[in-house]
Design a binder for this molecule. Sequence first.
Ligand SMILES: *[C@@H]1O[C@H](CO)[C@@H](O)[C@H](O)[C@H]1NC(C)=O
Ligand SMILES: *[C@@H]1O[C@H](CO)[C@@H](O)[C@H](O)[C@H]1NC(C)=O
Ligand SMILES: *[C@@H]1O[C@H](CO)[C@@H](O)[C@H](O)[C@H]1NC(C)=O
Ligand SMILES: *[C@@H]1O[C@H](CO)[C@@H](O)[C@H](O)[C@H]1NC(C)=O
Ligand SMILES: *[C@@H]1O[C@H](CO)[C@@H](O)[C@H](O)[C@H]1NC(C)=O
Ligand SMILES: *[C@@H]1O[C@H](CO)[C@@H](O)[C@H](O)[C@H]1NC(C)=O
Ligand SMILES: *[C@@H]1O[C@H](CO)[C@@H](O)[C@H](O)[C@H]1NC(C)=O
Length: 417
Amino acid sequence: MYKHVLGVGATLLSGALAQNQTVFFPAEYSYLLPDGFVGGNTSTQFLTSTSTGNSTIDSLIKSAANASFIALDPDFYNIFGPNPQLELAAHSDFDDFYEAGAWDPKRGRVWFSGSVSEKDWHLFVYDLNTRQVTTPETSLPILAPNGGYYWNDKVYICDFGNQTFASSIIAVDPDTGNSEYVVNSFFGLHLNGPDDVNWVKKNGKAYMFFTDPYYASALNISGPAVLPDGIWRLDPASQDLQAVISRADVLVPNGVAVDANMTKLYVTDTAGTTIPPDFQPAYASSGSAAIYVYDFDEEVRPVNKRLFAYSRSGIPDGIKVDDLGRVWTGEGDGLVIRNTVGKVIAIVNAVALGISAVTNFAIAGDVLVIGGYQNLWLTRSKILQNPACNMIIILLVPDHPVPYTTYSAGRTTRHVW
Ligand SMILES: *[C@@H]1O[C@H](CO)[C@@H](O)[C@H](O)[C@H]1NC(C)=O
Ligand SMILES: *[C@@H]1O[C@H](CO)[C@@H](O)[C@H](O)[C@H]1NC(C)=O
Ligand SMILES: *[C@@H]1O[C@H](CO)[C@@H](O)[C@H](O)[C@H]1NC(C)=O
Ligand SMILES: *[C@@H]1O[C@H](CO)[C@@H](O)[C@H](O)[C@H]1NC(C)=O
Ligand SMILES: *[C@@H]1O[C@H](CO)[C@@H](O)[C@H](O)[C@H]1NC(C)=O
Ligand SMILES: *[C@@H]1O[C@H](CO)[C@@H](O)[C@H](O)[C@H]1NC(C)=O
Ligand SMILES: *[C@@H]1O[C@H](CO)[C@@H](O)[C@H](O)[C@H]1NC(C)=O
């Protein structure tokens, strides 16, 4: 099913293992700084736009700004071990590793989708065993892939479609590439453009949850949005598609994730002040770049909405929950990891990776794979006591512009979150 190989890893950076790439940053400095400190705004990153005049604290900020990993809590070491490292694994000339981060545990592969800024926009699969990146051949055309999720031996891909082919979610057989449409309409109305998808099994039934923001139409990929932004739930057994979270609750739903016990639903809202008003007119001043958490009621509807966290920088995009209930999100500061009660405990630093935001990633068993556009980086850490991961793969392009500040309608270089 694979057409061609884009890149083969892995080149261990010489001396990389000896270097300490982690800085411990006291969490107190996330809320208490000396009088007269200078801060940035939500379009800047915390560590590159904050200074205090106190040389001790400023040199710590400076070294943290250049570190790959920032520990804000001892739990960091339970996740990454004492000395996590980066390693270059593969390279593409294009922004191929951008969204999805769908982990197929059976085959040891992670599916990514490329950036909408690329003409040749499609899916890419990184195989953790062979360390090769390949493009899957699918029986249906997948025109503009975005989020994805592995479930029940299929990979579910959100497809923005185009002006004539409705946006949809497509189920792909990872072995044969055979694909089928799962959902593409609400009573004959085009979906706006599913952005992320997740499955939940409750009371013996499986439900597919997906976000449907207006980005595909705002980017002029699909036709005009006709539905309000929303989060939808498909119950295939009962043949029932319903909106379960309205835009009154989450303005611009983007990422969607479920905890391992399937008791909580997390949603990222990419409404916020960093989105240019020409792109997101009403949302810029009324929404928040926030993560919300819901419980499920007995009918498997999301209820009891709570604010889980605000993103410091940019917008919260891709989101995953690890087996211990920690919440990982791609944000302007990097890959931000919060504990079950929302405290930031770790950041894989976008600044040090040379990218301006992490869009999406995968927790692939005990491997973490981060989509970072062009280069494929691979990292291992040493002996772990209680690992959530012991190897990190970073896909990145240096000096990539911040998507949410470079977009303007009508330009050919477009980005999607
Ligand atoms: C790396 O440096 C941090 C301090 O910033 C320290 O806490 C950690 O123990 C060091 N790791 C190793 C393996 O030396
Ligand atoms: C945020 O700060 C940056 C750097 O100082 C500046 O260029 C940008 O205009 C600021 N953005 C807003 C919305 O104030
Ligand atoms: C700078 O900050 C450190 C850490 O809080 C503190 O111990 C030190 O007294 C401060 N230095 C000055 C000159 O205020
Ligand atoms: C940042 O890290 C790189 C690589 O480890 C190093 O070459 C560079 O000197 C560091 N920069 C600063 C300002 O510490
Ligand atoms: C949409 O994609 C389909 C399938 O590739 C193609 O036949 C059609 O021409 C495309 N429509 C537009 C407007 O590009
Ligand atoms: C939107 O895309 C269509 C089809 O590709 C094109 O004809 C049209 O000019 C585009 N509109 C804008 C505002 O870019
Ligand atoms: C999942 O459920 C089990 C059993 O109720 C509980 O022990 C565990 O803490 C839960 N895990 C999370 C992450 O909530």
